[in-house]
Design a protein. Structure first.
Lengths: 627, 645
């Protein structure tokens, strides 16, 4: 639904560039496609045969028997033969059609599979900045809805169109061969049918487009009003909503009525034209029958052909719509596939043999926007320099918007910096292979992201070489041992979407276990600000100690305990590193840290809801308010 | 394929199918509105059927004259005389004039049939769209009357699916369902009568495949529908997988899991393909099977009919007429099975739609007393008010659904508010502070009666809240919720949300007070700027100020700001509050906030904790209490200092 604007613009039905690229996807299945096309050659005669058999039976056997030119016994035997051939045709046609549909649908599905795999792989490779500007919902539709729109094209579109075109040509050929006068009589209505179809298609397409857009609007309106129902009711907007909705609804209904009108006119028109063809055949043919120049069976065969003639024409016009939406979908898909991956992202090739674990920022300047030379106000980090020695923990503190999270993202090389250097063990991180670089880090995000799967799959993720024992011990180490024991299925316990079945604290601990199991040299931790009960708080603190032990860590700290235990504290304010030092040193400075610390203290108290008397006491102690 | 597959099987997430055709009874009143058109449509349908069977008869007669038969379609006897009527006297065996006249008659018959066919479709399918329109409007009306609790119990996605997929299934009943039933009925009866008249024996032979076709269509329709549902489920899994991957992109990159994710995507991708292939194997059987069955009927006409011609029971013309009748019967054969499925699915869907149409909100005007000119002045009183949410409030997704429907909510909900006693004089300002989840918002929303406070515990102007008509009550309240909700319309329309007509001066005056006017005027289209997906994206603060302007414009007796300025910086907030002061004069104002700056000038401030009032008083009094409020105040001072750094 989010896509309805894009759906609205249905462009041309054929674009040679797009088509060539699409056909490229069928290459691996060339053999099947050729086979299906070959079957077209087989199936067409089978469709043409039955009326001809009718003619033969009538003219050569049935009518001669009534005229006494053939004995009943002979006639009946011959008729049986024709019937058997008819039957064989039907059965054979059944088999061929079955095989053909199956083969092509198979190809369609496999192509779709390939395409989805390719899109998904591309999404894995695109830089983080791409995700900043693309809404997730829209990207998902590329993998799902858009690819499905192409399925119609691959599975039935291409081959069916060739089928129909071939059938049409063959019809014309057979008619001419049977009797050119009657053929011309039949074909004389063809231009009229083409005109009718063309008029109808335009009318219906226009109506269908309006139906699609108005339906999208109706759904968007409904969705919005259901989500915002409280506001609607609070502001007594019900009447207005009703009349607005009725308007949208009316547009939709009227668009549909236009389509109904088109259909209501089109079906009878086509029936009339094909009957007109039949009448012409009867008249022209009849006159010749009466003078003995033509046999009745041929006329009956022509009647049957005229009744079948129209289907492929209509089919072809249907296929036109499929083509159109396939082109629009493929355009969107190719746009995503062509999204550039910056060369720099893949440039590094270096590997860390045995990382010591030193992190250094050297005069780092960074901005998310503005390219190489951002405007002054766009800088997020300004001339930041610091060093974390191996095995130590640096706590980053700062007010909202200070640039804390950015530091973390840069370390993982989600973005490249404009100026300065970020070094691990003295080597610029741009020299490392990106994947290898990231493997050195364990990361815990503020909002612990859990995936649908099991407890185990969430700890292990897709990393090979992490055994179940390691998963279990990691979970125990972060204090989830009791939980694990209480679960009948242990680490195989299902985790639903986003870990909804676990508490906030448990989710945090699972993400700790995840980091622990990967046993990284470096650790990045964005502490959760969400409040948890005291017991969980204690568990988290203990788990954190284990996690930090022996690792070089950068922690965006929100908890007083973490801050106090960090070897050094980096105080960020408005993009600059303003103060650094130990807790005591910084407190003594009475600068930004001093106030931040108090603020954090307050925050924690207010959130945790510490009973007033205690909170009051601490505040009084530490706070000479406006000194 | 899929277009056709959808025709046989419209998308519906798996649901229990109650064998309740009685669900469809709810459609009677809707149909009754169009009974005139319906009758006319049926008349057209009859005309369509009668003119339709003329073609085979005339064709037969034409062949008969070519074959020098003494009389056309002799076997039809009396029926033939009636149908061919005046044409009979122009019939001469082997006559050229006969040929011309009958050919013209054939063209004329089809032309008349075309007129009937046009009106038939236009009227009968048209009605289904009219009723769809009525039903959809009624669905919205029903939704608009439901209280928040309904929306806690029923997820938006589920409601949407009823308003789209289910409505479509019902529309199929009203349109193709009724029309195809009618045409099938008429065509079948007429054709069969005529065919039996021509030759009972041959009729038995050629009608043999009819029930088979109907059953095959019905059966495959069922199977395909089920497979289709499975495919939809699998597609949902696939989307969820992609969705999760994209949402968790940072974790995935940080742990260098791209390869593993690709492998993980492969499984649902493959599963989706597998299920599609399963449908395909059915589908690729179904279509050719149908074609073959139709072929069989023609084969039977040729074989058995040929035999009858040879022994002289019927004429060649009559054989050809038989053939033509079978052409006419192809569609009705398919329709028999098709329509059964339409009705089955429609009945189930109608049940789901009735669920919405029949839902009765508990919060209603049942206890409302006539106003007799009374107006709300804005005095609010709470007497020993305790409140517990009836349904699990934060439970999201399937669990909430099943829990709610099974009536076993697990642990009963804890009370959100306990024994609240408050008297807010008309025109005064009450501020509510407290930690997250302490019940602040609940207290505020109860005043607008979005949820029902226990009887007698909440009074407006000394009168129990239930005795005020809801429209009057809500008309007197300007509520600014925590999450600003803007509609996809212009900024001006969003601000004038509660107004009958939009007065631009009033809109901008409200916007000035909410401190958003200047920013709106900076947009190229000013107040005409569209919001949302088809327009601009506003920042959190801008959204909040827009919704504030909305409430101000309403000029309410009671103004409630539920943490409505949390994303607005303190300076702007100051400005807004100063501006509000003039506006709030004479109004009862309730301010829910996390900030001292917002609440400090309130006449009374209460601190809520776990649903209980733990502190109350003016700013100065509370500072002296050295409690929660005092801490909040200190925090604010620090923030201000930091901002100055």
């Amino acid at each position: 639904m989010s896509d309805f604007r894009e759906e609205e613009k249905l462009g041309k039905a054929y674009d040679s560039h797009l088509t060539r690229r699409l056909v490229g996807y069928m290459k691996p299945y060339k053999a099947q496609v050729w086979f299906a096309l070959f079957l077209t050659l087989v199936v067409t005669p089978l469709e043409i045969l039955p009326p001809y058999l009718f003619a033969i039976a009538l003219d050569s056997y049935i009518i001669p028997v009534t005229n006494g030119k053939l004995t009943f016994a002979v006639g009946m035997t011959k008729l049986l033969w024709v019937t058997l051939i008819y039957l064989a045709t039907l059965l054979f046609s059944f088999a061929v059609q079955y095989v053909q549909i199956r083969v092509m649908q198979n190809v369609g599905q496999k192509t779709m599979y390939d395409m989805r795999t390719q899109i998904f792989a591309r999404l894995q490779a695109l830089p983080m900045s791409f995700y900043d500007k693309s809404p997730v919902g829209r990207l998902v539709t590329r993998v799902t809805t858009d690819v499905d729109a192409l399925n119609d094209l691959f599975a039935s579109g291409i081959v069916a169109m060739i089928n129909d075109a071939f059938l049409l040509v063959s019809f014309v050929g057979v008619l001419l061969w049977l009797n050119w006068r009657l053929a011309l009589a039949t074909l004389s209505v063809l231009p009229l049918i083409l005109v009718a179809t063309w008029l109808f298609r335009n009318k219906a397409r226009d109506g269908n487009r309006r139906i699609r857009t108005s339906l999208a609007r109706i759904n968007a309106f409904l969705n919005e009003n259901v989500s915002g129902m409280a506001v609607v009711q609070l502001f007594r907007r019900e009447k207005k909503a009703q009349s607005e909705f009725a308007n949208l609804n009316r547009v939709y209904m009227e668009a549909y009525k236009d389509v109904i009108f088109a259909f209501a006119l089109f079906y009878p028109a086509v029936e009339f034209l094909s009957t007109l063809a039949i009448a012409l055949v009867f008249w022209f043919g009849g006159v010749r029958v009466l003078v003995g120049a033509l046999q009745i069976g041929v006329i009956v065969a022509f009647m049957q052909y005229a009744q079948r003639f129209f289907r492929p024409i209509q089919d072809l016009s249907d296929k036109f719509n499929i083509l159109q939406s396939a082109m629009a979908a493929s355009e969107r898909i190719f746009k995503l596939l062509d999204e550039p991956i910056p060369a720099s992202a893949a440039a590094g090739t270096r590997f860390m043999e045995k990382p010591l674990g030193e992190i250094e920022f050297r005069n780092v300047w960074f901005a998310y926007h503005g390219g190489e030379n951002p405007k002054e106000e766009e800088w997020i980090l300004r001339d930041v320099s610091f060093r974390v020695p191996p095995g130590q923990t640096a706590a980053i503190v700062g007010h909202t918007g200070a640039g804390k999270t950015t530091v973390v993202q840069l370390l993982l090389r989600f973005y490249d910096i404009q100026r300065g250097q970020i070094l691990l063990d003295g080597i610029d991180i741009r020299e490392f292979d990106v994947q290898h670089l990231r493997k050195q880090f364990g990361i815990v995000l503020q909002d612990p992201f859990l995936f649908t799967g099991t407890l185990e799959s969430n700890v292990k993720l897709g990393t090979e070489g992490i055994t179940r024992a390691q998963v279990e011990s990691a979970l125990r180490e972060v204090g989830l041992g009791p939980l694990l024991q209480s679960l009948s299925r242990g680490v195989e316990t299902e985790i639903t979407e986003r870990g909804a079945t676990l508490s906030v604290g448990q989710r945090q601990l699972v993400s700790f276990a995840r980091a622990l199991a990967h046993n990284p040299r470096f650790l990045i931790l964005d502490e959760a600000t969400s409040s948890v009960d005291t017991k969980t708080e204690e568990m988290i603190r203990e788990a954190l100690d284990r996690l930090l032990h022996g690792r070089t860590a950068v922690v965006i700290a929100h908890r007083l305990s973490t801050i106090q235990h960090a070897a050094s504290i980096l105080v960020f304010h408005k993009g600059k590193l303003r103060e650094k030092g130990s807790h005591q040193e910084l407190l003594a400075e009475r600068g930004i840290y001093y106030r931040l610390y108090q603020l954090q203290y307050k925050d924690q108290e207010l959130r945790a809801g510490i009973p007033p008397e205690i909170a009051g006491a601490t505040a009084a102690e530490t706070l000479p308010a406006n000194d | 394929m899929s277009a056709a597959a959808q025709a046989v099987s419209t998308v519906r997430p798996a649901a229990k199918r109650p064998a309740a055709a009685k669900n469809l009874r709810a459609l009677w009143p809707y149909l009754a509105q169009y009974k005139g058109s319906l009758a006319l449509g049926m008349l057209m349908n009859a005309g369509l059927g009668i003119t339709g069977v003329l073609a085979p008869i005339l064709t037969g007669a034409i062949i008969d004259t070519l074959k020098n038969e003494p009389a056309p379609m002799a076997k039809l006897g009396h029926i033939g005389q009636v149908t061919l009527g005046p044409l009979l006297k122009y019939y001469h065996p082997g006559g050229r004039q006969t040929l011309t006249i009958f050919c013209l008659a054939l063209v004329l018959a089809i032309a008349v049939k075309g007129v009937f066919s046009y009106w038939n479709r236009w009227i009968l399918i048209g009605i289904s769209r009219d009723i769809e329109y009525d039903l959809r409007n009624d669905l919205l009306t029903a939704l608009l009357r439901q209280e928040p609790e309904f929306y806690v119990r029923n997820r938006t996605g589920e409601i949407m699916s009823r308003c789209t997929n289910d409505l479509n299934n019902v529309r199929m009943v009203l349109g193709p369902g009724i029309m195809y039933s009618a045409t099938t009925f008429v065509t079948m009866i007429l054709s069969v009568v005529l065919m039996v008249a021509l030759s009972p024996r041959l009729s038995v032979w050629v009608l043999l495949p009819v029930p088979v076709v109907a059953v095959v269509v019905w059966y495959f329709g069922q199977v395909i529908h089920k497979l289709y549902e499975k495919i939809q489920a699998s597609l949902a899994t696939l989307s969820a997988k992609a969705q999760e991957n994209l949402a968790g992109v940072r974790v995935i990159r940080a742990y260098a899991q791209e390869k593993a994710e690709q492998a993980g995507f492969d499984a649902p991708n493959r599963e989706y393909v597998t299920r599609n292939l399963k449908l395909i194997s059915t589908w690729s059987m179904f279509m050719p099977a149908l074609t073959t069955l139709f072929g069989m009927t023609f084969l039977l006409v040729l074989w058995q009919g040929g035999r009858l011609v040879m022994i002289g029971t019927i004429s060649v013309g009559e054989l050809v007429a038989f053939y033509y009748f079978m052409v006419l019967l192809i569609f009705p054969m398919v329709a028999l099975g098709f329509v059964t499925n339409i009705f089955q699915r429609g009945a189930a869907s109608m049940g789901r739609i009735n669920y919405i149409l029949d839902a009765q909100p508990k919060i209603s005007d049942a206890e409302a007393r006539p106003l007799n000119g009374a107006e709300i002045r804005g005095q609010i009183e709470m007497r020993h008010l305790s409140f517990t949410y009836p349904t699990p409030r934060n439970a999201v997704g399937a669990e909430a659904q099943t829990a709610a429907s099974n009536g076993q909510d697990g642990a009963p909900n804890a009370p959100v508010l306990r024994d609240i006693n408050l008297k807010i004089p008309a025109g005064s300002t009450l501020a509510i502070v407290g930690p997250t989840g302490s019940g602040k918002s609940t207290l505020a929303i109860l005043i607008a009666r979005m949820w029902e406070a226990p009887e007698g515990s909440l009074l407006i102007d000394g009168r129990p809240i239930r005795e005020w008509p809801i429209a009057t009550l809500r008309g007197a309240i300007g509520f600014v919720p925590q999450d600003p909700f803007l509609f996809s319309e212009t900024l001006g329309e969003n601000i004038a949300l509660g107004e009958e007509t939009m007065v631009p001066e009033k809109v901008s005056a409200a916007a000035v007070i909410a401190s958003i006017d200047a920013e709106i005027r900076d947009f190229p289209q000013k107040y005409e700027t569209m919001v949302g997906e088809r327009g601009i994206t506003l920042s959190g603060g801008q959204k909040q100020r827009t919704t504030l302007a909305r409430a101000i414009l309403k000029n309410p007796k009671i103004l409630i700001l539920d943490d409505a300025l949390s994303s607005v910086d303190t300076d702007t907030e100051e400005k807004i509050l100063r501006g509000l002061k003039d506006v709030t004069r004479g109004r009862t104002t309730i301010l829910v906030s996390h900030r001292c700056s917002t609440v400090r000038h309130a006449d009374e401030i209460i601190v809520l904790r776990e649903g209980v009032i733990v502190e109350r008083g003016t700013h100065d009094e509370l500072i002296l209490q050295n409690g929660y409020y005092y801490d909040l105040y200190q925090k604010q001072l620090l923030e201000e200092e930091l901002a100055r750094e």
